[in-house]
Design a binder for this molecule. Sequence first.
Ligand code: DGL
Length: 274
Amino acid sequence: MNTLNSKNNNNSPIGFFDSGVGGLTVLNKVKQILPNENFIYYGDTLHMPYGDKSKSQLLEYSKDILEFFEDKGCKAVVMACNTTSSTIYNDIKNDYDFRLYPIVQSVAKILAELPIGRLGIFATRATIESGAYQNEIFKYNSKMKVFGQYCPKWVHIVENSTKNTEESRQTIKADLLKMLENNPEKIVLGCTHYPFLTDVLSEYAPADLFLDPAVDFAKYIKQDLERSGLLTSSVLQNKEEFYVSANPEQFKISAQMFYELKSNPELLTFKNLV
Ligand code: DGL
């Protein structure tokens, strides 16, 4: 849905959510091109990793978070999570009175138009098993060969800030070498946590092989808000609020590898505590 209601207007905040710090890679890109907007970020650290959860669990968690954003009067919500975009977006896309942006569907056309024939996708297990990237890209380009691979340990490596340990580096390298057997011309970092690992990945393959879809996603969001008359009319607001469902201290530590938090994350849980 895309209408304004009594609770929101073009100066209302934009909500972001993910299972933890990953969505900050998207917030970061959006903030660069929309510096006057207000943002509310929710990291569902209690239920992280989303990539191992069932569709019904992901629906339950996402609905709670989306209701929270509704109560906060958000004008738009960014599903800064490939896993929920791939698995549950279609089930809830018409249920809310704000613009809802899913990362996978929003960038699929741009990926499909890349001048290449072989595309790798690194993502979570749930994203890969849903086939969402393949299906969405196929709508625009049926010729592109898309190779999906999940990397079960990467989200934990990012959330626990252990990317520089020898064990983590070997895990990342082994997963990358497996993907390289497909000879991809580009590899999409199809989980918002993975751009935190770009420096490690770039030690084993050229940096320009990796593609962070957040860059195009941010442009897409800006264009859509513009078209919908929803860009803020005030200058230099840029307030940011952060909420997490567990371990605010660890969130802060992991986030700061990538993003400078302007305020401390607040602990906030909903009814579904398991
Ligand atoms: N960062 C999320 C994604 O883009 C979810 C990662 C997870 O919690 O497994 O898919």
